[in-house]
Design a protein around this ligand. Structure first.
Ligand code: BJ8
Length: 435
């Protein structure tokens, strides 16, 4: 089978035997890839004036269930373990230091919804339902290849859903997470990261050393620093890259080989630097600039950016776990012992301002800082239907932005296309207001 995402790259191998070995349902998987390929062509490849260096990211997407899975299978044959995660609180540094690869698990599209709603209440957010849909339908080769799947006690929906997921996934590991940024909260996170370190060492049979942990910290820091460079370039007016393409880089951050990803982001940034110097952008100067804030947008959830940029605005930042909230801070590299480095990892992750924390004023501060530094004219708050943490925080976010005169549009949606018309109307009116 060949899957063609663009003219330059054609999936070169037949991966069906590999998918079959993993227990992937080929019929359902073909249907998923067909939808994904069509969406990618219509949304991504139809964009005008894309940086040449996006060809790499197009290639990764075209091979996201092919070559990348083959690479993971090759790693497994060499004795490496694969760990799947649903949340940015799962530290990649610990996995890498113990000879494991961490991958994000698909949760950005509706699949097998009838079966999902037999297990979960209808009023569960699309992200959780999607993770169940991919498992029930057996269409995610990442999930099927994972030696350990980490679920985290974040929102109520996730933590109760994982109780049910435990019956479907036999290698599910649950990580407890604090909900308050207190000394006790930090202690809980530290205890859980130490417990996770032990579990990963048991899984891989590899003891984490100061050297392996330092190498892993440096590697992940480099990946994040490359993203910081990309984010900084988006501050230019005209914006040198679309929000859709930047989101793609943020999404691929969770799947790709870390070194190769870092190099590819730097190559992209080299090209964007030239664009900025020449004042060349993806849209005209003074195009309305929008910051998206809220729930994560996992692959292939490109609905909202497609609408926003299709209406002539440009997205200049994502306050999201698939965005700046996920990549914001680096881990201190000065620790010498495993204990010191584990403390540095705890400090880095404890600063993530997910809406599951209470109170969570830091997130409001970060949104205002991002508006200022990216020169955003307005904020679109993206809440997934039934996501209590982010929908609850949407009102204080809007109020906080109003205080500094920044318009905010609160949207609530899911992964279906049924509300496209309504969303377009609301976003169009908002973009007009910003002009
Ligand atoms: S650190 S944002 S990745 S938990 S959309 S499942 S919150 S009901 S995804 Fe998240 Fe980790 Fe936080 Fe980030 Fe629940 Fe809301 Fe659904 Fe959500």
């Amino acid at each position: 089978m060949k899957i063609i995402f663009n003219r330059r790259y054609v999936m070169s191998e037949d991966y069906r035997a590999m998918w079959q070995d993993l227990g992937v349902d080929l019929e359902g998987h073909d249907a998923l890839l067909a939808v994904l390929g069509d969406a990618y062509r219509d949304i991504y490849l139809a964009q005008k004036n894309r940086p040449e260096a996006m060809a790499y990211f197009d290639f990764v997407m075209s091979e996201v269930h092919g070559l990348r899975i083959k690479e993971l299978m090759d790693e497994k044959r060499e004795g490496r373990k694969i760990i799947g995660s649903y949340c940015v609180f799962v530290p990649e540094e610990i996995a890498l230091a113990a000879n494991a690869t961490l991958v994000g698990l698909c949760s950005g599209a509706d699949f097998a919804m009838e079966e999902v709603e037999r297990l979960l209440p209808r009023n569960t957010c699309a992200l959780i339902k999607s993770s169940f849909g991919f498992k029930l339908a057996k269409v995610c080769p990442y999930l099927e290849s994972a030696d350990m799947v980490v679920g985290e006690n974040t929102c109520d929906g996730k933590k109760k859903a994982y109780e049910t997921l435990g019956g479907l996934v036999d290698n599910l590991y649950i990580m407890d997470l604090p909900q308050v940024k207190s000394a006790q909260g930090r202690e809980l996170l530290k205890a859980e990261y130490l417990r996770f370190k032990d579990a990963v060492e048991v899984l891989t049979g590899v003891k984490i050393t100061a050297e392996s942990l330092r190498d892993a910290i440096v590697l992940v820091n480099k990946k994040r620093a490359a993203m910081h460079r990309l984010l900084a370039l988006r501050k230019a007016d005209p914006a040198p890259i679309s929000g859709l393409d930047s989101l793609l880089a943020n999404q691929i951050f969770f799947y790709d080989n870390p070194q190769r990803f870092t190099e590819s982001v730097h190559l992209l940034c080299d090209e964007l630097e030239k664009r900025v110097a020449e004042k060349r952008g993806v849209s005209a100067p003074r195009t309305p600039r929008i910051l998206i804030s809220g729930c994560p947008q996992a692959v292939p959830n490109w609905k909202l950016p497609m609408i926003i940029e299709g209406l002539g605005a440009v997205i200049v930042g994502e306050e999201s776990c698939v965005g700046e909230r996920g990549t914001r801070n680096l881990t201190d590299e000065s620790g010498e012992s495993v204990a010191e480095m584990m403390d540095a990892i705890v400090d880095r992750y404890f600063a993530v301002d997910c809406a599951i924390f209470t109170p969570n004023g830091e997130r409001r501060d970060h949104i205002r800082e991002m508006v200022e530094s990216y020169g955003a004219d307005g904020v679109i708050h993206y809440g997934l239907q039934f996501c209590q943490p982010y929908l609850m925080e949407a009102v204080p976010v809007e109020n906080s932005l109003e205080e500094v005169g920044i318009p905010c549009l609160r949207l609530e949606t899911d992964y279906s296309m049924e509300d496209m018309g309504q969303l377009k109307t609301r976003v169009e009116a908002f973009v007009e207001q910003l002009r």
